[in-house]
Design a protein around this ligand. Structure first.
Ligand SMILES: C[S@@+](CC[C@H](N)C(=O)[O-])C[C@H]1O[C@@H](n2cnc3c(N)ncnc32)[C@H](O)[C@@H]1O
Length: 279
């Protein structure tokens, strides 16, 4: 049974719980999009209540397979699953998903300020796997601004004399995202542990869902996905095993409620609901 939500807004609900507990309470095929940015097994400290982020390789992958299976189960036909991680883990995760879902893309996102470790190439990208359950129900084509020099404002690339023919709405989004490097400066961070630029989940949601659809992020962190969902009119469901305070702070300006939104409540099994209703 789920605990009382840590936060309810007019569009979503956050539970302080283990992801398997939340996923276990979700009805099959009820979610339009899952966005998952799990711990990378690098020994990061995610604060009070969080599990230790350093296990043996097989133990980590075993854990990943358990929540990924649940994500596949709750995904609606045509729904999308995004998994953000290091290439090292995305290879086995992708192989597991290939047996269950349809591969769409490996999106590479530039990684800044890292350093090479003994006898390896300089790591320069994170990966975002994009799978769907059968043919995608929604695929919205996104556009990005034409890249310009931040000093002089001139185009960074030469369009071979066809600059004038470019779509004024911008360039088609590709599977290589160079404008999404993680927020590093403390001033712009709301929490100590990894927080994605909201642009990353936002693109995933806008690409694969329509307003009103329900998205789920099982690893709340600083709440980037929930904020993106609020801002682009999607419903959302999420959980965080550790401290939820950064998410509450991040979403403080959104409309809070005492009852679950109908779309969210309908995605939860009857068994999981009684305690939620007591709120
Ligand atoms: C990489 S962070 C997610 C960051 C988030 N995408 C953001 O941009 O703010 C992973 C989060 O998952 C949480 N976490 C770890 N194990 C979990 C579990 N079993 N269930 C739920 N959350 C978990 C950690 O405490 C951490 O906050």
């Amino acid at each position: 049974m789920l605990p009382v939500p840590a936060l309810i807004t007019s569009r979503g609900a956050l539970f302080r719980s283990d992801c398997l507990e939340l996923l276990g309470a979700v009805r099959p095929e009820s979610i339009a999009c899952v966005f998952a940015d799990p711990p990378f097994n690098l020994g990061k400290d995610y604060g009070a209540g969080a599990r230790e982020d350093l296990r043996g390789d097989e133990a980590y992958l075993h854990w990943c397979r358990s929540w990924l299976s649940e994500c596949c189960r709750v995904l609606a036909p045509g729904g999308a699953l995004f998994v953000y991680n290091l290439p090292r883990w995305l290879v086995p995760i992708g192989a597991f998903l290939m047996e269950r879902l349809d591969f769409r893309h490996w999106i590479a996102l530039t990684m800044k300020s890292t350093y090479p470790r003994g006898g390896r190439l300089y790591p320069a990208h994170y990966g975002l796997l994009y799978f769907t359950k059968g043919a995608p129900r929604i695929f919205n084509k996104l556009r990005v601004p034409v890249p310009a020099c931040r000093h002089c404002g001139r185009d960074l690339k030469d369009y071979g004399g066809h600059r004038g023919a470019l779509n004024p709405a911008g360039l088609s989004l590709t599977d290589f995202w160079e404008d999404t490097s993680p927020v590093r400066h403390r001033k712009f961070k709301t929490r100590a542990a990894n927080e994605l630029k909201p642009m990353i989940p936002r693109r995933a949601l806008e690409m694969s869902t329509d307003p009103g659809d329900l998205v789920l992020d099982p690893f709340g962190g600083g709440g980037s996905t929930y904020k993106a969902a609020e801002e682009c009119g999607r419903h959302w469901l999420g959980c965080e095993i550790g401290d939820c305070a950064p998410i509450l702070e991040r979403l403080a300006s959104f409309d809070t409620r005492s009852r679950l939104p109908v779309v969210v409540r309908s995605a939860l099994t009857a068994r999981s609901l009684p305690l939620v209703r007591m709120r």
